[in-house]
Design a protein around this ligand. Structure first.
Ligand code: HEC
Length: 180
């Protein structure tokens, strides 16, 4: 094979590639696709249009009072394994990456002087009541932007309730369960 033949082959390949590009361009112009605003086929995303507050309440599931009434502290103790690498729970226990959590229910946010909290947590203020714990443990960084607790959160309402029921057993005072 001499170089002239090689050139012919290269030329043929190039011409072929150009033809493909040209056909593509032409097809685009000829067909000029328009993208419809709505899907041709309805996709069920599970989202329903709400028809007032009753529907909204239903979507949110049972209230915290209802969840806490049937929560199981023993199940919560198992879930607490996710927290135990950073938190001790016994009275006077050491702070680890996070503060000791003895008596945390209804304690003030940043309840230990011996732990160096983020300013975000301290500025949030208020107490760790049921609502606050529930909100924080759902997604810590949503409830307190800038918290240094690196934990994604617990998605399941029932699991959070079990966990809070367990936290409730830690401490001297018996905090009454929440009511509606
Ligand atoms: C990776 C370590 C880590 C894990 C895991 C973790 N935490 Fe924390 N937690 C922290 C840190 C750090 C703080 C202090 C946050 C701040 O100052 O912003 C904290 C703060 C808290 C506070 C506030 C305490 C106070 O004195 O105000 C509570 C309540 C809490 N954690 C509960 C939990 C629970 C329950 C779990 C398990 C579901 C958990 N944490 C998992 C590190 C962790």
């Amino acid at each position: 094979m001499n170089s002239f033949e090689l050139n012919k082959i290269a030329g043929a390949v190039l011409a072929g590639a150009l033809t493909v590009v040209a056909i593509n361009e032409f097809a685009n112009i000829a067909v000029s696709p328009t993208i419809p605003e709505t899907n041709a086929y309805a996709i069920d995303t599970g989202a329903e249009e709400s028809t007032g507050t009753a529907a909204v309440a239903e979507e949110q599931g049972p209230s915290l009072a209802v969840l806490m009434a049937s929560a199981d502290p023993a199940a919560g103790e198992k879930i607490f394994k996710k927290c135990a690498s950073c938190h001790s729970v016994e009275e006077g226990g050491p702070n680890k990456i996070g503060p000791n959590l003895y008596g945390i229910l209804n304690a003030s946010k940043g309840h230990l002087d011996s732990f160096s909290y983020s300013s975000a947590l301290l500025e949030k203020g208020g107490n760790w009541d049921y609502e606050a714990l529930n909100a924080f443990l759902t997604k810590p960084k949503d409830y307190i932007k800038g918290t240094k607790m690196s934990f994604a959160g617990i998605k399941k309402d029932g699991q959070r309730a079990d966990l809070i029921a367990y936290l409730r057993t830690l401490g001297k005072t018996d905090v009454p369960l929440p009511t509606e």
